[in-house]
Design a protein around this ligand. Structure first.
Ligand SMILES: [Zn+2]
Length: 67
């Protein structure tokens, strides 16, 4: 399981972390919603989010928003 970095949440209050389920293998991991890089599943390497205009476009299933 990915661990949420609480300090980053405090430093960047406008950004969120999303709990995303990989559509390919079902792995759940935390994705930063303003990621500037492509986020891949740690298990199967499926792309979970791609950067788009400062916000990440999430390709997996969002289970929860961690604020
Ligand atoms: Zn996966």
């Amino acid at each position: 399981m990915a661990k949420v970095d609480v300090e980053k949440l405090i430093l960047q209050p406008r950004s969120k972390f999303l709990l995303v389920t990989c559509i390919s293998c079902g792995n759940r991991q935390v994705v930063f919603d303003s990621s500037k890089t492509v986020v891949r599943c740690t298990v199967c390497k499926e792309v979970l989010a791609t950067p788009r205009g400062g916000k990440a476009k999430v390709l997996g299933k969002v289970n929860a928003v961690l604020t």
